[in-house]
Design a protein around this ligand. Sequence first.
Ligand SMILES: [Zn+2]
Ligand SMILES: [Zn+2]
Length: 133
Amino acid sequence: MVSLGVKAQCRVCGQLAPADEFKLHYKYKQAVCAKCYSGRTEQEKQKEELKKKKEEAARPPGWDEVDDYLSRASKQKQEEQQIQFSKIPGTEQVKCLCFNCKYSFKYDPVRKLPQACPYCNAEVPRLKSFSSL
Ligand SMILES: [Zn+2]
Ligand SMILES: [Zn+2]
């Protein structure tokens, strides 16, 4: 077959194909490339969809639950990223460990000083549970 070398874009599959291979398709109601005309495009689409369905079915049961658990775990981790307090025995002061720079410094819970980490200036949270330390 002699091709004229003129290519046209098939509106069904979006591919370029030799223009002289285009034929009017009864279903698409327009000229389509040889591949689409023979139904191969449709076959491939169906195969693709079948594959997608299979992949979805292959997901382990409880997949969403695992995902949920992971997001909850990371949330918990964020909450842990705060300055940690520990009481210094025999004093009114507590020791703070800065989550940001890991610098440890003394904190006066009565005067609420310092208000920020002296090293990196990260804010010292309110010490609500001091009595339970
Ligand atoms: Zn096509
Ligand atoms: Zn710090």
